[in-house]
Design a protein around this ligand. Sequence first.
Ligand code: PEP
Length: 248
Amino acid sequence: TPGIRPLIAGNWKMNGNARSAHELAEALRAAGPSLDASLLVCPPFLHVSLVASALLGTSVAVGGQDCHAKVSGAHTGDISAPMLRDAGATHVILGHSERRADHGETSAQVMEKAEAALAAGLTPVICVGETEAQRVAGEHEAVVGAQLEQSIPLGFITSGGIVAYEPVWAIGTGRTPTEDDIAAMHDFMRRELVNSWGPTASVTRLLYGGSVKPSNATAILALSNVDGALVGGASLVAADFLAIARAV
Ligand code: PEP
């Protein structure tokens, strides 16, 4: 989209250890400045701090994969948005389909988390996307439209919040929607966001996620209203992640 610098974001999920996280960060250190895209990596909570330290002074941003809606308190095992910020993160992925499936997260909860993220100065990356059954039933636009409406809080668009379209059936499966289907969904999301939030939403970054790899990145990243990618599996291999970034 004109006026938007593309973003290639890596979701490392629950992978690696301190050593591999550090190695991956080191491999990305040098790459940032020569690219036509911004880079973001989202390690497991435990490695956010060390990855942020390794990438300090570079243009590669660091994010969490979730955060709690509260600032602090009796929430065993959770991590708050201010904690992520304190550890060096600038972004946080929210409402990933694996969080929605594994932890029963609802769009209403995603909205509360996004509010917490914004209040802490983090940029939320809100994930939306239909299941395969919903796509087959022709409900994909209705599902994604409802997720956008129910999970995006006031202030998100004006603060540069990011939306990622991730069809659940394309995550980690090697399958992707057709280029026409991706473009149609991204055009739909742009229309919905501009309708709801006004012209500021014309420069909201809309990422595509789901089995993005070096071999399909060029075609996907060239599509209408695709302003970058959220990459899972391929983000764990520095060469692949950078190849995707170079496809911009
Ligand atoms: C993801 O889970 O955000 C994702 C896009 O995964 P993958 O690239 O492995 O399909």
